[in-house]
Design a protein around this ligand. Structure first.
Ligand code: NDP
Length: 252
């Protein structure tokens, strides 16, 4: 079953792109969705409206994950929203928010290194640490990595290492939280048509990239969301500690 009715999920970076598609996929399966965003308040409100239009419920959570201890604010906001719904705990955490900039090693200064590592690795680390006590036993953690950890792209000098760290964390937490029945997995998208990736803007880049993908096209946010929904649902319950490639076979 992929029925998520009665479940509560928090999806970071759900204002647009892959995070929005994940939020909508979990809502379509009946979950109540915490729609986290940083700067895109209007876009997050659109995500929430789409969730409600689909007959599900949700709420907004605002936090800049590059700021100081944002996990404390996220945890406090989530506690308040859970209480308002008569719940003490939630069920599904999706660490999707991320940043990327095409830079080779020579082009990276310390501030850029810190920015990418903070949003892509430090924030998920401390969000999980802070939210784990609020996660129901039998719950789910899904971290969004990138196939850039599997294939070498020199312009991903900070991005790929940040995601590789997230994958290592995924594996060890699967063992750590296994006794609580919590599964922890990562999904590696390939090139996906969102604001983050030039394939969404430049038809030439899209065509060239599609040639590197076995299935012959770039990914859409919904392609990733379906995989996350599987992992988050009862059907995915026997999968943990896995890094699942959802790239349509990019650079195989
Ligand atoms: P987008 O750039 O389209 O969206 C990024 C999301 O992350 C937004 O909701 C944004 O919130 C949020 N975010 C960015 N910076 C911060 C921050 N400092 N604090 C809090 N939230 C932040 O990205 P995608 O949807 O493409 O990417 C989603 C995930 O998928 C990322 O982890 C990315 O690395 C990964 N991925 C994407 C690929 C692609 O080709 N698109 C390929 C492989 C992996 P807001 O707008 O509200 O500020």
């Amino acid at each position: 079953s992929q029925d998520l009715s009665g479940k509560i999920a928090l999806v970071t970076g759900a204002s647009r792109g892959i995070g929005r598609a994940i939020a909508l996929a979990l809502a379509a399966r009946g979950a109540t969705i915490g729609v986290h965003y940083a700067t895109g308040a209007d876009k997050a409100a659109e995500t929430l409206a789409a969730i409600e239009a689909a007959g599900a419920a949700g709420f907004l959570v605002a936090a800049d994950l590059s700021g100081a201890q944002p996990w404390e604010s996220v945890t406090a906001q989530l506690r308040t929203e859970l209480k308002a719904r008569g719940a003490e705990k939630f069920d599904i955490l999706v660490n999707n928010a991320g940043v990327s900039k095409r830079l080779a090693i020579e082009e990276v200064d310390e501030a850029e290194f810190d920015r990418v590592l903070t949003v892509n690795l430090k924030a998920p680390f401390f969000l999980i640490q802070s939210l784990a006590p609020l996660l129901n036993d039998g719950g789910r953690i899904v971290n969004i990595s990138s196939m850039g950890t599997r294939a070498a792209y020199p312009f991903m000098a900070t991005y790929a290492p940040s995601k590789a760290g997230l994958e290592a964390l995924t594996k060890l937490l699967a063992v750590h939280y296994g006794p609580r029945g919590i599964t922890v997995n990562a999904v590696m998208p390939g090139a996906t048509a969102t604001d983050m990736n030039a394939v969404s803007r430049d038809p030439n880049v899209r065509a060239a990239t599609a040639k590197t993908i076995a299935l012959g096209r770039v990914g859409e946010p919904e392609d990733i969301a379906r995989v996350v929904a599987f992992l988050a649902s009862p059907d995915g319950g026997w999968v943990t500690g896995q890094i699942i490639d959802a790239s349509g076979g990019q650079r195989l």
